[in-house]
Write a new protein. Structure first.
Ligand code: SF4
Ligand code: SF4
Length: 113
């Protein structure tokens, strides 16, 4: 049996995994700066699924923060595949405000394999 946490159990190192490793290795102030930069690039505010409640609560960057806390409940389409953050961070999934962040959706998909 392979011990937990060995390279054999690591997910394939695609662009998302590489970017997450880079982020984890950054000092906290640089992580905060990067997150602010990504927030300014997020196009969720223009999405038909987004709503006033989410805007007022300043909910954004769902691909990182996960599901909308209590505002978004209905999927009216998702702009994530066209977002520059998706390209830069190597995201595979979408509808993060309803389905959970990229990390959660990848984990869910892994459990179904
Ligand atoms: S991929 Fe989606 S959730 Fe992530 S920043 Fe872009 S629009 Fe926002
Ligand atoms: S995560 Fe996707 S569906 Fe949700 S608000 Fe952002 S662009 Fe729209």
């Amino acid at each position: 049996m392979t011990p937990f946490g060995t390279k054999e159990e690591m997910p394939p190192e695609d662009m998302y995994v590489k970017m997450q490793k880079q982020m984890v290795a950054m000092p906290l102030d640089q992580i905060m700066k990067k997150v602010s930069e990504l927030k300014t690039m997020c196009i969720c505010p223009q999405c038909p699924t987004n709503n006033e409640c989410a805007k007022n609560a300043k909910e954004t960057l769902f691909c990182s923060t996960g599901r909308s806390f209590h505002c978004i409940t209905e999927n009216k389409g998702c702009l994530c595949p066209t977002c520059p953050v998706a390209n830069q961070m190597g995201l595979k999934y979408q509808s993060f405000c309803l389905m959970g962040n990229e990390k959660a959706q990848r984990f869910d998909a892994m459990l179904k394999m």
